[in-house]
Design a protein around this ligand. Structure first.
Ligand SMILES: Nc1ncnc2c1ncn2[C@@H]1O[C@H](COP(=O)(O)OP(=O)(O)OP(=O)(O)O)[C@@H](O)[C@H]1O
Length: 239
């Protein structure tokens, strides 16, 4: 394995005596893409939030480029672009103003140019002056994707990034992820859409009831189970 960017080691999360995630471990090498797959409530968002430093593990550790959130918050946060699964946008701002606001918060250099670049990247340059609250679900997803890319983070964490995307943008998402990888970024995303995981990821981790119930490279999984669907069913004990 090459240089490790993300190290999740024995991570659990307990909230009000309920175990949401239990003893999860995996690593992500630099320049690779990991997909977290699992049904509703499997614990995907919880794991992603712990990697992003939004939630703290009850036990176990998360490091990103050997940094720990609890020790070096600022440096840790600078490693990460996070795309949440849902977001309440400020009602009165245009797409451009929304991204300019985030770019200012993150002290992105040459922010006007960078905002233009990411708007182009997600196909919303012509909608730059439109209010985000008039956008469709897929367009809002693309704005959230754009904000995650703004600061060119070493690690991109995305929660259900293709949710609401039409087939064109779903395909674009997969293709652009290849460019992002080639630029040396590391990516983790969650999805219910196994075909997206199959096309976009190098490595898959299956979660069920907050546990890692199987993992492997997409090649290994296809070889062993024939398809990701078969592996998913197997990981859930369905077949
Ligand atoms: N703040 C919280 N307090 C209590 N329980 C929570 C909290 N956040 C999540 N949970 C519970 O933890 C479990 C895992 O939730 P999580 O959102 O991580 O799953 P998920 O795999 O992302 O699901 P989905 O695919 O439906 O988005 C669920 O049972 C959920 O109800």
């Amino acid at each position: 394995m090459g240089e490790i960017v993300v190290n999740v080691a024995g991570v659990s999360k307990v909230i009000r005596k309920q175990t949401l995630v239990e003893d999860i471990s995996f690593q992500i090498p630099k320049g690779s893409v990991l997909a977290l797959c699992g049904g509703n409530g499997a614990g995907k968002s919880t794991v992603l939030r712990m990697i992003a430093g939004i939630l703290q593990p009850t036990s176990g550790t998360v490091t990103v480029n050997n940094l720990r959130w609890s020790k070096e918050r600022k440096l840790f946060s600078q490693q990460i672009g996070y795309m949440p699964d849902d977001y309440q946008f400020n009602q009165g701002l245009s797409a451009e103003e929304t991204l300019m606001f985030w770019a200012a918060l993150r002290k992105v250099p040459k922010r006007k140019t960078r905002v233009e670049e990411v708007l182009e990247l997600v196909g919303l340059a012509e909608k730059r002056k439109s209010l985000v609250n008039t956008f469709s679900k897929g367009m809002r997803q693309r704005i959230l994707y754009a904000q995650a890319l703004l600061a060119k983070p070493p690690l991109l964490i995305m929660d259900e990034p293709t949710n609401g995307l039409d087939p064109f943008w779903m395909n674009e998402f997969v293709e652009r992820l290849q460019n992002i990888k080639q630029e040396g970024h590391t990516v983790i995303f969650s999805t219910h859409q196994l075909e997206i995981a199959d096309k976009a990821a190098d490595h898959i981790v299956f979660l069920s009831n907050g546990r890692n119930v199987g993992e492997g490279s997409t090649g290994q999984i296809r070889e062993q189970f024939g398809s990701l669907y078969a592996a998913f069913n197997h990981s859930l004990g369905l077949k």
